[in-house]
Design a binder for this molecule. Structure first.
Ligand SMILES: Cc1cc2nc3c(=O)[nH]c(=O)nc-3n(C[C@H](O)[C@H](O)[C@H](O)COP(=O)(O)O)c2cc1C
Ligand code: SF4
Length: 517
């Protein structure tokens, strides 16, 4: 009997030596004449355990990690092919606490299947959503997505169904579906993990989107820093075309959808949807005025759905199990699940998919295991470089779009970066301004000039040059950026800057009472 051994091919695992581990396993198996098949799966998202090797046994999959090439011989000695005990043994994978208590809807297959096996995808409920969609009118598909309550996971949390309805209603000879895979936020990697670990779910989601609104061409705009995702996506697209899940007359339905990957060139602002469209058209990535919305005049001036990877990858399960099923998860107006990415100073960084409503404290301590340094966690930045810094007193706020709005914070793409008590929030605030100055597309004055002047003002505050007057100036400048910027790059830089100033005034040389100055 052939025994299946799983060694991840995800770039997080590769960076920790997964290829060498796979080679060592193959070599040791050959030496011992063991009949094994090595499957290169995606990562389960527990990075401190990578390279995590799993063996399929009669009891289920048994995990070992973190495995180094030099551990492989002893694993074989310990009868790991039958799930034998070893110092790196983690027991049944599904019983690992970190995984057991998650609600993996979008990530249901990641780490379980072979990302480039179409058959494995189909065997694990893949393409059921598309098959349902092919038998429906476009408006009925859009209605399911609307009912699910899905809101864009790229940052702005705009209802996906409403966006799709606008594109469906627009009359045009050509429409497009564009996937925003620029994933530029600090501490985020869920898009990458889906693309490397379950590319077909994104391909299926985009195909459903195309069929729903009558778009026949799709593009995945992929950040250039993701070479492994590029390779996996292209391989999966070729397989889908070969089996008629993409292309003309999909599965004999008469519907057409073509899909291609395009690479970005490393600009953070090209994650902003209109700037992305400019870049996709071969121009410099500069933000466009809105209106017109991309849903009306998007790529090459045609009606365009532009959605984040996770938004699109959540569609197949909605079309398979129904909008109501997805809507049952979550709280308030935040429905479904969010793939949360833990990063920074934590013992257990990784991907946690949970229904909305989980608190930061649960994520930081129950999942993250507290700080890696062993020191108290002093602040977290949620939602990427334009997200607010939150103090410990806000760790019990549930992850919910509206609850975060109420504390002047954002969930963004679900990235959480933790800092211990050695962090200097004045330096972090300065960094946010500098980031804006470096990444600004230059189209509007509050951002282009404001961020550069902002760095100078911050330097004066930090150096205690006329501090009180400069704090007042900084607040005034942030007010202009917040209200006068054309897009959220300039418009949200005040979030990290002012949240740091308001919650941690002592780092700016101010007393708590002085902060309002
Ligand atoms: C500066 C800036 C960078 C952005 N970067 C990304 C990104 O990397 N990925 C993404 O999906 N959305 C990003 N967005 C949000 C997009 O403009 C847009 O809201 C999103 O692609 C819409 O998809 P969704 O509705 O599925 O979230 C960014 C926005 C701004 C202002
Ligand atoms: S806010 Fe900044 S990035 Fe956005 S349009 Fe203005 S200059 Fe460009």
């Amino acid at each position: 009997m052939t025994i299946k051994i799983f060694v991840p091919r995800d770039s997080s695992a590769l960076s920790l030596g997964a290829d060498k581990v796979a080679l060592a396993v193959a070599g040791e198996a050959a030496r011992r004449g063991a009949n094994v098949e090595i499957v290169r799966n995606g990562s389960r998202g527990m990075f401190w355990l990578e390279t995590m090797v799993e063996v399929a046994t009669s009891r289920g999959r048994v995990a070992y990690g973190p495995v180094m090439p030099e551990d492989v011989a002893s694993l074989f000695e310990s009868n790991f092919l039958n799930g034998g005990e070893h110092r790196l043994g983690l027991g049944l994978t599904d019983e690992i606490d970190y995984l057991k208590n998650q609600e993996r809807l979008t990530f249901a297959r990641v780490g379980i299947t072979d990302p480039v096996s179409l058959q494995d995808y189909i065997d694990h409920d893949g393409y059921r959503g598309l098959k349902n969609a092919l038998g429906m009118e476009g408006a009925a598909i859009v209605e399911q997505v609307t009912q699910s309550g899905l809101r864009g996971r790229g940052g702005a949390a705009f209802p996906t169904g409403i966006k799709w309805k606008t594109v469906l209603s627009a009359a045009a000879d050509q429409k497009y579906v564009v996937c925003n895979a620029d994933e530029g936020d600090s501490g985020t990697y869920s898009d990458r993990m889906i693309m490397e670990g379950d590319p077909f779910v994104l391909i299926e989601g985009m195909t459903i989107a195309g069929i729903a609104v009558g778009a026949t061409q799709g593009y995945i705009y992929l950040r250039s820093e993701y070479p492994h995702a590029l390779q996996v996506l292209n391989e999966a697209i070729d397989l889908a075309v070969a089996s008629n899940y993409l292309g003309k007359d999909i599965l004999g339905s008469g519907k057409t959808f073509h899909l291609e990957v395009r690479r970005g060139a490393g600009a953070y602002v090209c994650g902003e949807e209109t700037s992305l469209l400019e870049s996709l058209e071969g121009k410099r990535g500069i933000v466009r005025f809105k209106p017109p919305l991309p849903a009306i005049e998007g790529l090459f001036g045609k009606p365009t759905i532009i959605n984040n990877v996770i938004s699109l990858a959540s569609v197949p399960i909605i079309m398979d199990k129904g909008g109501e099923f997805y809507r049952d998860y979550g709280m308030g107006r935040s429905r479904g699940t969010l793939p949360i990415q833990l990063a920074g100073n934590l013992k257990r960084c990784g991907l946690v998919e949970k229904a909305f409503g989980v608190t930061l404290r649960e994520l930081l301590y129950d999942y993250g295991g507290g700080s890696a340094s062993g020191r108290p966690i002093r602040a977290v930045q949620v939602g990427g470089p334009l997200g607010s810094y939150l103090p410990e007193s806000q760790f019990d706020v549930p992850l919910d779009y509206e609850a975060f709005t109420n504390i002047w914070a954002v969930l963004g793409h679900g990235g959480i970066v933790a800092f211990d008590d050695t962090v200097d929030l004045a330096q972090m605030a300065r960094y946010a301004m500098e980031f804006c100055a470096v990444e600004s597309c230059g189209k509007c004055t509050p951002c282009r000039i404001g961020s550069t002047r902002g760095v100078e003002v911050m330097d004066n505050i930090i150096a205690n040059h006329d501090r009180a007057a400069n704090v007042a100036l900084l607040r005034d400048l942030n007010d202009t950026m917040l209200n006068g910027s054309l897009c959220a790059l300039g418009g949200m830089t005040p979030y990290p800057v002012l949240s740091a100033l308001n919650h941690f005034p002592e780092d700016f040389g101010l007393q708590k009472t002085q902060q309002a100055a």
